[in-house]
Design a protein around this ligand. Structure first.
Ligand SMILES: [Zn+2]
Length: 245
């Protein structure tokens, strides 16, 4: 992915972006376990303390192994389509057994019960990482809005809305990577009475970290910070902090 230099005032995100403690290590956002080799160049990194950093890895492993099992309806490492996850499942038989025991059948279809706390732990980590790295916004508080589901569960209209780029109303943290990524474009809108109006808009688009595996949209606008994440083109999440309320 293209990596942009951050020109914003970063005093607020120099500490561990998760707890505010001393950042004595660095964490990739997204974590490499959610991607596959060859990894994209210039993966974002954020400052983190050891404790927070280590607090995520087991849950991240759980999430990706669960997700890949859901996608094929099985925990069989031989069937898992991603080599890195297949290896992780072989290395961690206890984790595989745990996911297997969460397997159930609903109307004859395979489904898995989800440990929502663990999924949320990972999703919030990712969202906070994107907010810090892309928007230069520390979002250590509990979010005001959290939704996690699947793309296929969204009705067409909601899916289109979720997938669309964001048209920026206000400009965010000056010099943040997100702001450097945005582009201006001219759009022509037709009113109900048929009048055409041309205007310039600033577009904040999704960032494809790795095609098919991970993409996100980071928004800092009048409504606050909103992060949308799609993992494996299956799991979809939206997290929001009303930082201007
Ligand atoms: Zn920490």
């Amino acid at each position: 992915m293209d990596q942009l230099s951050d020109l914003a005032d970063d005093r607020l995100i120099n500490d561990c972006i998760f707890c505010g403690g001393v950042a004595d290590t660095r964490d990739h956002v997204p974590s490499k376990i959610l991607l596959d080799k060859p990894y994209p160049e210039n993966l974002p990194v954020v400052g983190s303390c050891q404790e927070c950093n280590q607090g995520f890895s087991k849950d991240e492993q759980y999430l990706i192994c669960l997700l890949e099992s859901v996608l094929i309806g099985s925990t069989d490492p031989e069937k898992i389509r991603r080599p890195s996850v297949s290896r992780a499942m072989k290395r961690a038989p206890a984790l595989r057994a745990k996911i297997e025991s969460a397997k159930k059948y609903i109307n004859g279809k395979v489904a898995f019960s989800i440990e929502e706390d663990r999924v949320k732990n990972v999703i919030l980590k990712l969202a906070r990482g994107h907010a810090a790295f892309e928007l230069s916004q520390p979002c250590r508080n509990e979010p005001d809005h959290y939704w996690c589901g699947t793309l296929e569960s969204l009705p067409k209209e909601e899916l289109d809305l979720f997938d669309s780029a964001h048209i920026q109303k206000l400009l965010g943290e000056i010099g943040s990577r997100n702001m450097l990524r945005m582009f201006a474009t001219e759009v022509t809108l037709q009113s109900e009475s048929g009048v055409l109006e041309t205007m310039n808009v600033v577009v904040n688009d999704w960032v494809d970290v790795q095609d098919g595996y991970y993409r996100f949209l980071a928004v800092d606008d009048a409504g606050g910070v909103v992060i949308r994440i799609v993992i494996s083109e299956y799991m979809a999440c939206e997290i929001g902090w009303n930082i201007y309320a």
